[in-house]
Design a protein around this ligand. Sequence first.
Ligand code: 5GP
Length: 195
Amino acid sequence: MSDAPDSTGSTLRSARLTVLAGPTAVGKGTVTAYLREHHPEVWISVSATTRARRPGEVDGVHYHFVTDDEFDAMVAADELLEWAVVHKQARYGTPRAPVLEVLASDRPALLEIDLQGARQVRERMPEARFVFLSPPSWEELVRRLVGRGTENEAERERRLDTARAELAAETEFDATVVNHTIPAAVEELVELMRS
Ligand code: 5GP
């Protein structure tokens, strides 16, 4: 793939950028965690988020945990390559400067973001590689989504409707990785990033 101008007009190796997205509960976070541990050569973008930190999460490693005001300031200063409200709960966004910096080097880079974010990156950096992480089957996704059975019927239906719409987005992507097992999915992703 050739170098291509990015939205700032400079020539950057945007082709080295891979965007991983997929339906809720498909295991994107687990895939990224495994990748971080086993493939330190891959740079993984650290998103900013307004959601609360979970136990075990480290500020600056898993996310930049910011307040609503801080997120507003990042948006106003156009510091985010993309951002979205996820699960109607919190805002998440990709800081632009670190992405541009790493693309100026030879290091492969990965964004693990939701579908809305992936579509925004596609607008701004169409030469990036877009990979869809899909579940082994619809039944397996349903099991992961509603497996605990703690939701009421309406909530269950809402989640399944969302999942159907999210799965339909696969056709917008350059490649699909099926998440049969985490290690295999990661190796396939890394292969795609190398190709
Ligand atoms: P979690 O809160 O479970 O870590 O992530 C929730 C969702 O937010 C996941 O689907 C993840 O892909 C998405 N996400 C994480 N960072 C970003 C980001 O920078 N931008 C967008 N658009 N989505 C993100």
